[in-house]
Write a protein that binds this ligand. Structure first.
Ligand SMILES: O=C(O)CCC(=O)C(=O)O
Ligand SMILES: [Fe+2]
Length: 470
């Protein structure tokens, strides 16, 4: 058995915190130095970025190309051309360099060829941040999209550029968050700390600052601060993120550019699987998806996992980045108790209407124990989840007779490709079911029956011995 306390820690995190915890995310884009390349940009790389600005002093135009050397004269020119950045205090705009020491340019005075939409950044932010927003963003009858509205260019310079803890002032009711894009130029310090509901994410961009575009997005109600820049210049573009109504459906993006280690539960999960007493012998962790995906429709296998949202994409991508086997599978809403006798299946009982919600989980566990506890020296009783081998369209079947549980199980075996898996450690409750199988039976009494499934993320955790070597 896995260690119960780490287990319940994860259970609490996933169930209560995970979707709430998706308050921020970030990623990076490398610069392709080869300017002869035909394609302008890919999801993970960009051509060098040009920034043009008009000096507010004399309106003279300058250009800077990133990655930039922090010693370049154009970098100091840019820093010098900035005016002192103010910030909102109450309903006033104030300058107080103890609180914020930074330079800024307004959008009237600069332009660049960097556009966050080119790298799928907005789609990724939508996938991670919008689902946790509840109905405001998830009303299916509206197709809501994020747009990024360029707001300022900021320069935080050595030895004392910083911004103390604050919450951004939304400029209107459609603004839901902020996006910060850090242009490549070497600096030290300048960590961006983002806090929400007692959790904190530390975006430490210094080590890759010389060569990589790094970005972070967070909800408007997050407190955040920028630690002192001790060396170089930290040059950023900030955008206001607005949620707007769109005509037409959302376009699915196959691109994944979020770094899973910027996601809030990453640390806990990583340290948990790093412990010997957590699932020492290995096993399977199960997470019922917390959002609805119509997982038994014809295009489900094409849409998932890339279309996962909120807590689901967080769990999927974290375990995938830790290189464990992760899959999305349909799981029947009933478990099966098998009885083996002399190595043969002699009886099977559907354990119907199992309360799959976590409030009933302990009840489930008890029931399992009771079933197992019915000691029998000759007969072996086992309980398993019926897990579909893959996502596919709902199946319509007919069978000669489906009157007993065993007949029902044989029918499922025949028509709904699955493998029974014992001892899945379920960590979330089942919420959204779809029809998996419709069958007509021509027995004494012709009848029509239905079987339902839930989409679940299954993660194979190798035994400790093996995990150590990975
Ligand atoms: O540069 C950053 O990381 C954040 C900037 C910021 O908080 C702001 O401009 O309000
Ligand atoms: Fe801010």
């Amino acid at each position: 058995m896995p260690n119960q306390s780490t287990f319940s820690q994860l259970q609490i995190l996933i169930e209560k915190e995970c979707s709430k915890a998706s308050f921020a995310c970030g990623g990076s884009i490398t610069i392709k130095e080869d300017s002869t390349a035909k394609t302008k940009a890919t999801a993970q790389s960009s051509v060098p970025i040009n920034l043009f600005w008009a000096s507010p002093k004399d309106e003279e135009i300058h250009r800077l190309t990133f990655p930039a050397q922090s010693t370049e004269s154009s970098v100091s020119q840019l820093a010098n051309d900035c005016t002192v950045a103010s910030f909102g205090r109450g309903d006033q705009d104030v300058v107080d360099t103890d609180y914020r020491r930074a330079g800024k340019l307004d959008t009237t005075h600069f332009a660049s060829n960097f556009h966050p939409t080119e790298f799928g950044i907005l789609e990724n932010i939508e996938q991670i941040l919008l689902p946790a927003m509840g109905d405001k963003a998830n009303d299916e009858s509206h197709s809501r999209k994020l747009i990024a509205d360029l707001y300022k260019l900021n320069v935080y310079s050595e030895p004392s550029g910083h911004f103390c803890n604050h919450v951004d002032t939304p400029r209107d009711t459609t603004q839901i968050g902020s996006l910060v894009v850090c242009l490549p130029s070497k600096f030290e310090g300048g960590n961006l700390l983002v806090r929400h509901g007692g959790q904190e994410i530390n975006f430490d961009w210094s080590s890759k600052s010389a060569s990589t575009v790094q970005w972070a997005a967070f909800y408007s109600d997050c407190e955040h601060e920028i630690k002192t820049v001790t060396k170089g210049h930290r040059i950023t573009l900030t955008y206001n993120l607005h949620l707007v109504d769109m005509m037409g459906g959302a376009i699915l993006s196959p691109r994944r550019i979020v770094d899973p280690d910027t996601l809030p539960p990453y640390k806990l999960i990583k340290s948990m699987v790093g412990k010997k007493d957590f699932m020492t012998e290995g096993g399977i962790l199960g997470f019922f998806c917390s959002h609805a995906y119509a997982h038994t429709s014809g295009d489900a296998a094409r849409r998932l996992p890339k279309n996962l949202k909120g807590a689901d994409i967080i769990i999927y991508s974290i375990f995938q980045s830790l290189r464990y086997e992760v899959s999305i599978r349909p799981v029947l809403d009933e478990q099966v108790e098998f009885t083996y006798y002399k190595g043969r299946l002699v009886d099977a009982q559907m354990v119907s209407n199992m309360p799959r919600d976590m409030s009933g989980a302990n009840g489930n566990r008890k029931r399992w124990e009771n079933l197992r506890g019915r000691k029998s020296t000759k007969r072996q009783q086992r309980i398993a989840d019926l897990v579909g081998t893959e996502l596919h369209k709902e199946i319509v079947a007919s069978a000669s007779q489906v009157e007993t549980d065993l007949e029902e199980l044989l029918m499922i075996e025949e028509d709904w490709p699955n493998e029974p898996i014992e001892d899945i450690h379920w960590l979330t409750s089942a919420k959204h079911y779809d029809t998996a199988l419709t069958y007509t039976a021509y027995g004494n009494e012709p009848s029509v029956g239905y079987k339902y499934s839930y989409a679940a993320i299954l993660v194979t955790i190798p035994a400790w011995e093996k995990r150590q070597r990975q």
